[in-house]
Design a protein around this ligand. Structure first.
Ligand code: SF4
Ligand code: SF4
Length: 72
């Protein structure tokens, strides 16, 4: 079953820790703001290898890696 990195955009504070931690340059801060008013992080899923470094780096639990097509 394929997995995909999921981003809870509304929890992101735009600190950029995950952007620096990503070994594939898959993450960047977007131009749009979330409900809290922060520019939130977006992922280029073509580049992401689901290594989990962003999950480890984020202090706000924004990332999860989930099975595509919903939880089992
Ligand atoms: S899982 Fe790894 S490759 Fe994918 S965005 Fe996070 S740090 Fe980058
Ligand atoms: S580390 Fe977490 S809070 Fe900081 S920019 Fe990345 S996703 Fe947002």
């Amino acid at each position: 079953m394929a997995t995909k990195l999921m981003i809870k955009s509304d929890w992101c504070k735009g600190c950029g820790y995950c952007v620096k931690a990503c070994p594939r340059d898959a993450l960047s801060l977007g131009r749009e703001t979330n409900l809290a008013g922060y520019n939130y992080v977006v992922c280029d899923h073509e580049k992401c290898i689901q290594c989990g470094m962003c999950y480890t780096a984020c202090p706000d639990y924004v990332f999860t890696i989930e099975e595509e097509g919903g939880a089992k």
